[in-house]
Design a protein around this ligand. Sequence first.
Ligand SMILES: Cc1cc2nc3c(=O)[nH]c(=O)nc-3n(C[C@H](O)[C@H](O)[C@H](O)COP(=O)(O)O)c2cc1C
Length: 675
Amino acid sequence: MSEPAPAAAPAAAPVEAQGKRPASAGAEPAAAKKSDTTSKGVAHLKPEFILLNENSGDTRASAPEYNDEEQSTSSRLESQPSIQQNGKKQNSKKKKRGQNKNRDNRQAREQHALCSKFVSNTDASCPFGDKCRFVHDVREYLDKKAPEIKTDFFPVCPVWKSLGYCPMGYKCCFLSSHCDLDTLELKGLCDEDGRKQLFEENHEINHIAGETKYDLIKRKFPFTKSDYILEIIDAIQQENRDSTNMSKGPEATAEEDTSKKDEEISAQADEQNNQISEKREKQREIYLKYHDTRFFAQEKKKLDLHHKKIVSPLTTVGNLPYRRLMRKLGADVTYSEMALAVPLIQGTNSEWALPKAHCSEFPGFGVQIACSKTWQAAKAAEALAANVSGVSEINLNSGCPIDLLYRQGSGSALLDNPARMIRCLNGMNYVSNDIPVTVKIRTGTREGHPIALSITKRLVMETDVAAITLHGRTRQQRYTKSADWDYVGEVADAVRVYEAEKQEDKEARDGQKLQFVGNGDCNNWEDWYKHLENKNMDSVMVARGALIKPWIFEEVDAQQYMDKSATERLEILKDYCQFAMDHWGTDQYGISQCRRYFCDFMSFYHRYVPMGICERYPVLLNERPPNWKGRNDLETLLGSTDSNDWLKLSEMFFGKVSDEFVFTPKHKSNSFATN
Ligand SMILES: Cc1cc2nc3c(=O)[nH]c(=O)nc-3n(C[C@H](O)[C@H](O)[C@H](O)COP(=O)(O)O)c2cc1C
């Protein structure tokens, strides 16, 4: 059992002072190193757990520099054609030191794959007959299939147990647990009623129908609401442009006129001009009718984030199994990984996989989108609202620092163009039916130039967003400095002032209080409550803290630290693996996916420094420990920075690593090969 630490321990209090430090005989060697371990940015460990590389024979690498940047190398993001301009790779020379840029962890498919028609039926027929490139003979397939997985954690197929049947049929890597290998008869775990009951507790939501996806691909999907609102937004934008041009004064206009005199104006151009004038006239009529882009039409579902335990959107690592784990461990609100608007609009499979959620996530599940243009925001939101029902909010990412997106005008680039951000949000709000629209921003793009305060004012005054989340860092600073919570608090206070100014109008619209959420560096319960002392802050969003210590919300509820044992932490990994197999499946490809994402999760999870070996607690996110050993071998293994050890851990759940498996860690320092 985990040992709860005394409640209300002061932040960063020496564990010794709390009477927690056991007497140890092994303190001497590390005492000499004490000065090294008390410097800024270094976690303070009890001397007996500090390893001195040269003498100890320890082969583990020094803790790598933490670089928590969003996974810009995600193959999904890189495969977007529009991301690489002119077919050239941008910034190819600007390699990040120590990072495995362009890592591609896509897994190989089986060489002798079984035809999908025969997955659960030996007598099936396939419309492609002999021309089908997949195997039709189940026995032949099984003869060539990779050896089965048998682990202490999962002695029988975990999906068969959790769903009552295994959708992978003969392809399952735990086949013998649900198949008589002599007769090839597949066995169910329970009857139909039993299955229904299991399904109630364990199923995924937000699947888009195949035909709708096809309509999107073929551009037949009716974006009726978007078309309508975009026309209005265009008209208003044009009007604003016209009035800006007029306000440029006679000098500027004269300059433009002179340059035009030089041009030969053909009859065709006249015709075009007429058309443009007609369009302008129509736009003017629309403008006079609506005036601002805040064209509100729908009643929204109430969004309540007050004191909710929120896990950030997290590209790659914030996948469905991880979020399901977080729900089990006490999170109230989770977000999808960031989905790009354009591939959503185009019906791309991999993008539509992102709004999927586990049934335990709804209500309280937000889908995050990233886009650079109003039409992208509106159409993606319309497609989502029309096709997936388990969504509590649609969140616009206006903080993503990734270069690839920033150059396109997405993510944090919207901070530099607040008018566009507002148009995007208002477009989304109009088309999203009763789903509230929210936004996640940073303090600004450039170091020393915080602009969130002025942006927030505009968001309150000019949009109907239900919530604003502010990450207290600029794009430029990435994770190099601590989040600026003084500034986050200032913005929280200002939001209430702006809201009061706007109150009458706001109440007339929906009567709901805007939710304000702070984000950045929160990795322990004391910080969580400290930030909430500001009554204008509705909640705190947690990202890396919940990856490194997924039981953080248990500590928030208990208001005390939990010294989780290694066995307990292994149980958490077991849950993750169970949820991963439920999601990606137990065939060979699914297991490779599970293992790959397990390793990605380990790239954060290993960073937990066990409370019991610390001299000062809590360890902060930017504090790196010296090389350490745990209180037992398992604890040491769980804290290893070597990705080969993560693979070793994965074998406890998914069996031996196959030759085809690929995993390149994000950091080179995590990947010195030992075999
Ligand atoms: C691996 C990783 C992936 C992330 N992906 C996203 C994302 O898809 N969308 C987003 O808004 N923020 C993303 N973020 C930023 C976090 O949501 C959060 O704003 C940031 O990490 C600061 O919170 P923290 O200090 O608690 O980690 C990501 C962060 C990390 C470390």
